[in-house]
Every structure is written in structure tokens, then in C-alpha cells.
Design a protein around this ligand. Structure first.
Ligand code: DLL
Length: 435
């Protein structure tokens, strides 16, 4: 089997992709103008009509769409097809802000599943594989998206959903799952549990497709070592379709964006100005093939860099780096910008075995001053009553955090297994200032 699901697209020349994008964008703008009064009004306010959009070069003339627009239009205001033609609703997991509902026609589902199939094949998946899908099923897009992609590749699909970790591991060993799809934090938890159960030798996994939340390179190596697999990143968001907006290949140096369906731009989050390739900014997507819920220039809040460097896998689709935090995930603590991913990098860089990657950040405000605590779990092997050794490690972490973040944190080592494990997206931050 080829390593590409749709080689004619995945390895097309940039000119071919561009021609496809030009044609599809023009059609899409007309589609929303004709069918979504909210869009028409936004375009009229900017003084433009579909005639002004002749190619991707004109994209910058279009207004942005933000989460606030989705909120204003909840639930049906951005629908571009009659409900009778829609067959599915998915919704965000609701970790930040209000729920978003997205609609799909059968055609939309079909294209979404193609995107996920590309991701599975890029991770080495074939019809010989047993693909265990341990993302949540239901309103969350993770389970349904990868389930559909797995079918398209022809894998034997195990629709496990998340949770019930013992049963996950039992199926994994009994049936010999070869590909695991779940959030990276759940993969880490599964790896930890497999180790504890002494079942590492009975695991047949070769690849993991992990996404839906930020995870560091250190975390990747950790999961790869523990499960004996190659771990691939996958990115997506409900508003744009779900998982499979972009996916990693064997080079593991960023995720190829499915540019025949989504046009990516990087903008300055302050000014909205489009930035050149290679510059860091907010990722903006335009979906050019979605029928039911097409978003034009949707601001993701994810901070990212795009690259058109040649990829050794042969795919020509533009690559995005791992999102470097969300502009709305950023904590401002005593005036300093702190991304949870920076804290994770520090903890995972401490390799001497005393701590695990399980941590929680607690921010509060006492007497008008922000407090900043980081609780980190000790490993079973280090678990000790020796106050001096604990204080030593705490100091080591505090010092590294101070040098990376520029502010002090109160670091506490806590007993093994006291930080709640996540089966979906991990909850790493408790910001009591917002409660
Ligand atoms: O998380 C879709 C998904 C499911 C992606 C399964 C990958 C795998 P939402 O719940 O709408 O959709 O959340 C979207 O999650 O804007 C990013 O901030 C974050 N995110 C998604 N994938 C990644 C990733 C799904 N690979 C939001 N790395 C996005 C970092 C990610 N952040």
C-alpha cells in the first residue's frame, strides 16, 4: 500500500494546489454570500462583494471571523445549507469559553474522513492495521473523525472511546492493536498503566496519533520510549472540521495542512496584518470545501509558524509547527506572560527520575498579588519522606522555572498518583482568579 491516501493532492505541485484553492475560494465566497445573511452583512460593512474575490491573493480583503461571531450566531446563524441537508452536529469540548456547534453535510463528513485517512496513512497505517480509537466519541470530534479515517484506510477499527483504562489495555493486548489514537496526556496515562501492569511485552503498537492539546517534544520521546512506538501529532478544531486539519508525517517536524480544503494564514494577533512565511503569529483558516458550516478567515487563537521547506516524505502541503500555545491559554501572572507548555518543557527536562510529567498549575490572587503554584508528582521510585531530598528537587525546578519564565513559582512535590489523570484533554491549569 502507498504511504499516501490521496497522492495526487498530497504530492501535487504548489501551483496545482494554488489553482485549486483559487477556484474553490471564489466558489465558497459566493456560497456564503448567497446563503448566510450574517456573512453578507459583514462583507457589505467592509464594502466588498464576491466579485472582489478572484483568487487567494484577495483573501486579505475578507473580514475575520472570531469566536465572538460564533457566539452571536449560536446555534444556526452561520449555517449555509438547509437543515434538511445536514446530517451531523459536533461540538467543542468546552474547555475555553462557550460551546461551539458545527454542522456537516454528508459531503463534509466524507472530506473530513479523507483528511483523517491521510493522517493515519502518514503514520504508516494500512489495511493490515488494528486501529484503537481512544479519543472521546460523541460531540467531541476526536473519536468520530479518526474512526471515519480508519475505516477509509481499511484498518480494523476499535471504537473504544476514552476512559476505562483497564479495558483499553485488555483490548490492546488481546486484539493486538497496532495504532493508538488518543490525546497525548491519555497516551501517557495508558503508558504508565501498562508499565505498572507489567504488560509492556504484550503490546503490539507501532504508532500513535496524538493531538487535541499541546504536547512537547520531550513528552513525545517519553511516550515513544514507554510504548515502543513512533508518535505522530495531529491538529484540528471543531470550527474548521475536527482532527485532520493537519497531520504529521515520518519526518516529525511539523504538520502538513490539508491545503486543498483549508487555506492557512498567519497574522499579527494585535493588528490583523498578514505575516510572511516563517514568522510567528496567529493561525487563521478558511475552509474552502465545507458546505454546511464554511468559515472564512477564522481566527484560531493558536500561535504558530508555517513553513514551505521541502519535506523528505514527498508531501508538498505546507507545514505548521506544533502550536506554541493559544493566545487565550496564556496566563498573565504578575504581569508576565506564561504558557503552560513552558512549564511542561521544564518539568520534562528534568530527567533524573524523581518526578513524573503529571503536574498542575494553580494561580490565585491574594492581597492584590498573584500567587503561582506548581504541583508536581514524585515518581514511585523516588517517593520519600526525606525532606531534604524533596526540598532539593523543588529548588531545582523553581530555579529552572525562574530562568525560563522570569518569575518565581512555589513548587511542591506531591505524592504519586495524587494528580487526577485525564482521559481526554488534560486540565493543567486552575486559575482561581476567574472562579
Ligand atoms: O481538539 C480536534 C482534535 C481532535 C484534534 C483529536 C486532534 C485530535 P477542539 O476541541 O475544537 O478540537 O479544540 C481545538 O485544540 O484550537 C488547539 O488549541 C488545540 N489543539 C488541537 N490539536 C492540537 C495539537 C479538537 N496537535 C483546539 N497540538 C485547537 C496543540 C492542539 N494543540
Amino acid at each position: 500500500m502507498s504511504k499516501y491516501y490521496q497522492p495526487e493532492i498530497e504530492t501535487a505541485s504548489p501551483e496545482q494546489i494554488r489553482a485549486l484553492q483559487d477556484e474553490r475560494l471564489v466558489r465558497q465566497v459566493k456560497h456564503v454570500w448567497d446563503n448566510v445573511p450574517y456573512y453578507r452583512k459583514k462583507m457589505e460593512e467592509k464594502g466588498i462583494t464576491p466579485d472582489d474575490i478572484k483568487s487567494v491573493d484577495d483573501l486579505k480583503k475578507l473580514p475575520f471571523v472570531t469566536k465572538a461571531d460564533l457566539r452571536d450566531c449560536y446555534p444556526y446563524g452561520l449555517l449555509a445549507k438547509p437543515l434538511s441537508e445536514c446530517v451531523r452536529i459536533q461540538s467543542t469540548s468546552g474547555t475555553t469559553g462557550k460551546r461551539v456547534v458545527a454542522f456537516y453535510t454528508q459531503h463534509d463528513i466524507d472530506l473530513w474522513e479523507d483528511c483523517c485517512a491521510r493522517a493515519i496513512m502518514a503514520a504508516g497505517g494500512t489495511n493490515e492495521d488494528i486501529c484503537q480509537v481512544s479519543y472521546g466519541y460523541g460531540l467531541f470530534t476526536g473519536g468520530p473523525g479518526l474512526n471515519g479515517g480508519s475505516h477509509k484506510v481499511g484498518c480494523l477499527t476499535l471504537p473504544m472511546s476514552s476512559g476505562n483504562t483497564e479495558r483499553q489495555i485488555q483490548f490492546m493486548t488481546d486484539l493486538g492493536s497496532t495504532i493508538l489514537c488518543c490525546t497525548p496526556s491519555y497516551a501517557a496515562y495508558l503508558a504508565e498503566s501498562i508499565e505498572e501492569m507489567g504488560l509492556r511485552d504484550r503490546i503490539k503498537l507501532k504508532a500513535g496519533i496524538f493531538g487535541a492539546e499541546a504536547w512537547s517534544e520531550n513528552m513525545r520521546r517519553d511516550i515513544e520510549d514507554k510504548l515502543g512506538i513512533k508518535a505522530y501529532d495531529i491538529y484540528g478544531l471543531t470550527e474548521i472540521t475536527g482532527p485532520g486539519v493537519s497531520f504529521e508525517c515520518e519526518e516529525q517536524t511539523g504538520m502538513h495542512i490539508n491545503e486543498d480544503h483549508f487555506i492557512a494564514e498567519i497574522i499579527d494577533p494585535e493588528t490583523g496584518e498578514v505575516l510572511p512565511e516563517g514568522e510567528k503569529g496567529e493561525l487563521v483558516f478558511t475552509s474552502i470545501t465545507k458546505e454546511a458550516f464554511p468559515l472564512l478567515r477564522y481566527r484560531t487563537r493558536d500561535i504558530c509558524i508555517l513553513s514551505r521547506k521541502k519535506c523528505s516524505c514527498g508531501r508538498t502541503l505546507v507545514k505548521m509547527c506544533k502550536p506554541m500555545g493559544r493566545s487565550d491559554d496564556m496566563l498573565i501572572i504578575r504581569g508576565v506572560n506564561v504558557f503552560p507548555s513552558q512549564i511542561e518543557e521544564v518539568l520534562l527536562s528534568i530527567k533524573s527520575g524523581e518526578i513524573t510529567p503529571n503536574y498542575q498549575i494553580i494561580v490565585d490572587r491574594v492581597n492584590n498579588t498573584d500567587t503561582f503554584e506548581v504541583n508536581v508528582e514524585m515518581s514511585e521510585s523516588f517517593f520519600t519522606d526525606d525532606i531534604k531530598s524533596i526540598a532539593n528537587i523543588e529548588k531545582q525546578i523553581t530555579d529552572r522555572l525562574r530562568s525560563v519564565l522570569g518569575i518565581g513559582a512555589k513548587v511542591r512535590l506531591v505524592n504519586p498518583k495524587t494528580i487526577t489523570r485525564s482521559e481526554g484533554k488534560a486540565v493543567r491549569v486552575i486559575d482561581k482568579r476567574k472562579i
